[in-house]
Each structure stands twice: as C-alpha cells, then as structure tokens.
Design a protein around this ligand. Structure first.
Ligand SMILES: NC(=O)c1ccc[n+]([C@@H]2O[C@H](COP(=O)([O-])OP(=O)(O)OC[C@H]3O[C@@H](n4cnc5c(N)ncnc54)[C@H](OP(=O)(O)O)[C@@H]3O)[C@@H](O)[C@H]2O)c1
Length: 659
C-alpha cells in the first residue's frame, strides 16, 4: 500500500530504513524543508513536496504517516483526515485532550483509520512483562515507578527545538504511559504532581516547558504509579526508561518501556522474598520496528476495517499529560476526564491472561500435546554424603519463566516442591505442566505411589504421569518423603537387591505396568500418561496393548544419542518427546563442533544443544544450580538452528555411546 510521509527528519529516516522489508511503499515525502524532503524522496523514488495540500492532492496514497515535530502532529493529522486519508501519527497524538478527542471524532465521521505511536506495548519485552502481570505473577499490583529520562536533547538530537517546546512530559513519558495504559487501562486521577525547571544555565537553547516533571497517577483498576519525566536526568541514569511494578506477591522490572526488542535482561521478576531473576523470551521473537504500527493500520484498512484503538490510547495518554500539568500548576490533584474516548478497560488488552497454559490442550495441527518449549529437571543430586534437593534452583527457574517441571517420587523432594508451588509468586497451577513418575518398585502399587506424590506436591492431578522405567522391581513400601530418610536407607529402598547383590526384579510385563498406570488416568489423577527410558519396540508394545495412548515419551537425548528413529516414530503418532539429561553426556560440551556453532551465535555449547532440541520439536529438561545457566537455557529454547547447523550437529552421533 502506498503511503505519504509528512516530515522528513531523523525519525522519518528510521521509518524509511525499514521500508525495504515492508509491504508498504513510499509514494511521496513532504517537509517544509525542501532539501530534506527531496533527499528522502530521492532515495525511495518518491515525489517530494514542501506544502501538505499539494502532496495530498498529487500523491495517490491512502495512508499518511505523520512524522512531523510534536507540535505539528494534530494539524497535519487533521488536514490529512480532511483529505480522506487514513493517518498514522508519531506520538503524541496532540498536545491537549480536546484536540485529540476532536481528531478521533473526525476519523469516525469520515470513516478513516487513525493510529498512533509508540508500538512499544506490542514489542516482545513489553509483552513478556504484560504476560507476567496478566498471569497474576505479581498478585494485586499496588505500586509502580515509571521513568523517562530523556536526557539533554540538545546533546543527542540534531533538531531539539520540537522537544524543547513540549518538554519531557509530551515526549519521553509517552513510552511508559502507553505501556502502563495498555497493561492497566485508564488513569483515573493524578493524585499529585510537580514540575521543575532544572535546565542548565549554560545551554543556549531554552525549553518552553518544565524540564522535569513528577506525578503520582492512580489507575482506575487500582495501581498507583509514580512517574518521572526529565530532560535533566541523563540517559546514563540507572532508570533510563524503566518501569518497576510491585505487587502483593512479587515485583517486575521492565528495563526500557520503549525497547523494540527483548534481550535476556529486558524484564526481571522477583517473587516476594527473592532477588530479581531475568525473564527471557522462550519462544522465537521478532523485534518490533517503527513501521509495525503503520503496517498493521494499512493491513486493517485493506481488510475494510478502520481501527482507532492506538489513537484512542494515545488520546488518553495526552489527557493524562494534561491532568499532570493542571495538578502541577494547582498544587493539587486532577481527574483525567476523557472517559468518552477511552474505554473503561483496554478494548483489546495487549496481553491476555494465559489460558490453559499447562499445555494439556492438543496442538490442533498435529493432535499432539502442547508443551512449553523447555522444562526444568527437578532431580536431586548427590553432593558429598547428602542429596541436594535443588529447591532454590527450582524457585529461580519458576521466576525466570519455566512452566514445565520434571518431577518423580524417586527424587524424594516432592514435598519441598509442593511448598514452593503453594508459595505466593509461583504461577497458578493451571499455568504449569507437572510431569511425574512412578518408580520401578511401585509398578504394582501405582495408585498408592501417585496418591503419595499428589499429596506431597499438593496437586489434584499431574499433567502427565509416567513409568520412570519400563522395568518392574520388588515392592519396598511407599517412597514418601524419601529425602527425609538416611541416605543409605533411601538407596536400599529405591534400588532393592537380592541375596546375590543384583537388583531384585519382579515378573511383570510392560503391558501390565501400563495397564496399572491407566488406572491413574481413569481416576483423573493424571491428564495424560507417559513412558520414560523406552525403546521404539516398547512404545509399540504399549500402543498395541494399552487403551490409553502415551502422550509423552521421555528419553536421554543429546547429539551423541539423537534417537532420530524413536523421535520420528513418536512425532508421527502425535507423541511428544522430552529429552532428559540433555547436557551431561561426558565430553559433550567440549565438542569443537558445538563450540564453533556457539561462537557463531554468541551462545554457549550447552545453549546450542538446547536450541537443537527445541528446533527439532523435542522438549529438553536441563537441570542447573547456576542462575546464569537457568536463564540462558530458557532463552536458548527461544532460538532456532538452521539446517546447516543441524547437519553439523548430526555428525556427533555416536552409536557406541554409553554412560
Ligand atoms: N526419566 C529419567 O529416567 C531421567 C533420568 C535422568 C534425568 N532425568 C531428568 O532430566 C533432568 C536433567 O538431567 P541431569 O540433571 O542428569 O543432567 P543435565 O541437565 O543433562 O545436566 C546438568 C548439568 O549441566 C550443567 N549445566 C546446565 N546448564 C548449563 C549451561 N548453560 N552451561 C554449562 N553447563 C550447564 C549443570 O551444571 P550447573 O548446575 O553448574 O549449571 C549440571 O552439571 C533431571 O533433573 C531429571 O529431571 C530423568
């Protein structure tokens, strides 16, 4: 779709740089500075104009992109709407609430779409933060801090006049305000505000508006947020464009409310009583672009729709700024009176609460279980004479965003995980996927074992309950609270020996053990059933003998042992594969091939192995006690490898591999 850029300054260059990868084409450029208009137009084979009316008359472009300086936005938008163009405006939409409302009314009367920057609420970091809030990780959000430390615009912008005429309130604060309104809906009242002029005397250009503004905002949905917008506080300020939200159960920090992409340290979450943990994206994300908003508006127009939602939000942000100015001038509070343009709640919330995130829904394309891309291995490990329960690392994993926990009665720490699941700040039960396993000594007592595990974890049902191994061993009584018994006793009951020192097995077929497991499904104690450490032939046995199909097969899988045939067999039958022990094969993380691929991608060999699993649709469940590893492993699941890298990794297969 053709568009006309009005304004050819620095931000127009940024929009224009993205045109090459966009379905939009630039048909005309208009700027009162002829040289600037011609330069930008020439590089895109577009026509140049200095007068808006001439451009509107001459250019066949349904969409006007308003990239003028702040104070010209409303005028250009009004004239473009009057010429029956759809308009996407840089922020702010206008400099007062009444004008913004008039523009919305005009768009509605003329059946035009009206959009407004910034695109921030739909960018990946802001969506991650929004997801954590929508999923209730923070509990009730009582308090927040939002910053827009725009810095000395005279230092970093080649034409700072537009900024100096409006001040930081109508410039930088629009980023956190837009994100906050997208998260919490409208601001009802400015409780208090103050405006200072702290601009350095040595600066030759002088601002027309206060250079530092503080305000306390009350959202209709509850949160109270203190906003600071400043031309005095520089970019190096620790807060920059940060937003920090504090809830009853936890806190969240969004490093940069205006960021287009999501680095590993873009969002942090800390439950009550714990430090912040980075919350990396765990699915492939695409960084936002300046043109995103225009492209969405153009696509809607092509579809016959006339969206005004971002402009409506932009109008509300302008109304908040106006109320802050009034409150600062009157040294009192001010209501934000634009209820006729802003819906009581965002009409289309940017991030909806996750529904049925436990993954038990089937993926409609494959019929297989929808699982998080990575899980956390919760097995204990032997540290000296004792086992370490790993509960601190599991809490870190939950804070970072892991949603699949691999548990087992053998691990002996179910009651400690249960305490964690019940603690404030842990995701709700239905946002988690809990994988449990019955130990080899309990194949004849599956109901007793599962009841014990459910009670220790404090859950009604597992998302998947599996045979830990296909082999049946002699019953040793319940394994409850294994971790609380002396280590020698734990090992004696978990690995029973006969008089010759061999494992004491019992004569029970896999089909019989599976039939016992099916009773768990019938009782509703497990939504799905699974198998661990099985061969393809054993999966076939269960498929033909059982009446419930296994939903998950968990096996040791890494580049030495890719289990390609088994994985393909399972995937063809809609069975998901989980890779246990993905990182700990001796020597694996020192493999030159993995080191090379890791160096090329700026990741570690361990992360490459996890990305390799995620790329092949297999869910790895690494364990780690190191917070950096816990976070990096999660982020690795959001990456993908190309075919060439996968071919190089395929050369590591070792048919002789044995632990
Ligand atoms: N079904 C079964 O029979 C079965 C059998 C075995 C395991 N499992 C499951 O699989 C889970 C994982 O297996 P696992 O614990 O044996 O081993 P693993 O996950 O393959 O490896 C864990 C080791 O890798 C290290 N590590 C983790 N992330 C790393 C990174 N980014 N860079 C470098 N090193 C990293 C850890 O050290 P740091 O602590 O220093 O990070 C730890 O030493 C278990 O917890 C369990 O839930 C299931």
């Amino acid at each position: 779709m053709n568009c006309l850029f009005v304004g050819a300054g620095a931000v127009a260059e940024q929009y224009a740089a993205e045109l090459a990868d966009s379905p939009l084409s630039l048909a005309g450029v208009c700027d009162t500075n002829a040289g600037r208009a011609e330069q930008l137009a020439a590089s895109h084979d577009a026509a140049a104009f200095t007068a808006l009316d001439d451009a509107l008359a001459a250019v066949d472009a349904p969409v006007v992109v308003n990239l003028t300086s702040h104070s010209a936005h409303a005028t250009v938008t009004r004239r473009s709407l009057a010429a029956d163009r759809h308009v996407y405006s840089e922020k702010p939409l206008a400099l007062d609430a009444e004008t913004a409302r008039d523009l919305l009314e005009m768009a509605a009367e003329r059946d035009r779409a009206l959009g407004c920057a910034p695109v921030a609420p739909r960018c990946p970091a802001q969506r991650l933060a929004g997801r954590a809030v929508a999923d209730g990780r923070l509990g009730r959000v009582g308090l927040g801090y939002a910053y827009a430390h725009v810095g000395r615009v005279t230092e970093w912008h080649d034409s700072p006049a537009g900024f100096l005429s409006v001040g930081p309130l109508y410039d930088g604060s629009v980023y956190p305000l837009t994100v906050l309104v997208a998260l919490f809906g409208p601001v009802e009242r400015v409780r208090a505000a103050d405006a200072l002029d702290v601009w350095p005397a040595r600066e030759s250009a002088t601002p027309d508006a206060p250079t530092h503004v503080e305000a306390t905002l009350e959202f209709a949905s509850g949160p109270v947020v203190r906003l600071t917008a400043s031309f005095y506080a520089p970019h190096r300020s620790r807060e920059f464009y940060g937003v920090e939200l504090h809830g009853d159960d936890g806190s969240l920090r969004l490093r940069d409310a205006g960021a287009l992409d999501a680095d590993v340290d873009a969002v942090f979450f800390g439950r009550q009583g714990r430090e912040y943990t980075p919350l990396p994206p765990q699915q492939p994300t695409r960084a936002g672009t300046y043109l995103d908003g225009v492209e969405r508006l153009a696509a809607a127009v092509a579809d016959g729709r006339r969206p005004c939602d971002t402009a409506r939000r932009g109008a509300h942000v302008v109304a908040i700024c106006g109320a802050i100015e009034r409150a600062a001038a009157d040294e009192g509070s001010a209501s934000v009176a634009d209820s006729d343009v802003t819906p009581a709640r965002p009409a289309r919330p940017v991030v909806r609460p996750r529904q049925n995130a436990s993954g038990t829904a089937a993926d409609s394309s494959t019929g297989s279980l929808r699982l998080p891309p990575i899980g956390f291995g919760c097995s204990r490990y032997r540290g000296g004479d004792e086992y370490v329960d790993r509960v601190d690392a599991i809490a870190t994993a939950l804070d970072a965003g892991y949603r699949l926990l691999d548990t087992a009665e053998l691990y002996g720490n179910e009651h400690r995980i249960g305490d964690l699941l019940a603690a404030p700040g842990t995701p709700d039960r239905d946002a988690l996927f809990l994988f449990g396993k019955v130990w080899n000594t309990n194949h004849g007592h599956v109901a007793e074992a599962c009841a014990g595990s459910r009670a220790e974890l404090g859950i009604e049902a597992f998302d998947c309950y599996a045979l830990h191994w296909p082999d049946s061993w002699a019953y040793q009584g319940p394994l409850e609270r294994l971790a609380e018994r002396p280590v020698a006793e734990q090992e004696a009951v978990a690995f029973p020996e006969d008089e010759t020192g061999e494992i004491e097995t019992v004569d029970r077929s896999l089909a019989e053990s599976w039939a016992n497991l099916e009773t768990i499904h019938e009782r509703g104690w497990a939504r799905t059933l699974g198998l661990c450490n099985v061969t393809r032939e054993q999966v076939e046995t269960v498929l033909s003998a059982g009446s419930v199909q296994p939903a998950v097969v968990q096996v040791e899988r890494h580049p030495y042992r890719p289990r390609t045939e088994l994985v393909e067999f399972c995937h063809e039958r809609g069975i998901r594969v989980i890779a246990h022990s993905p990182l700990s094969a001796p020597g694996l993380l020192d493999e030159p091939v993995l080191e090379e691929i890791a160096a090329e991608r700026g990741r570690s060999p361990a992360e490459v192995v996890l990305t390799w699993n995620a790329t092949e649709g297999v869910v790895p469940i690494p364990s780690s006690n190191d917070e950096t590893h816990v976070v990096a492993n999660l982020a690795a699941a959001g990456d993908r490898l190309d075919a060439a890298a996968r071919d190089r990794i395929a050369t590591l297969e070792d048919p002789e591999f044995e632990r």
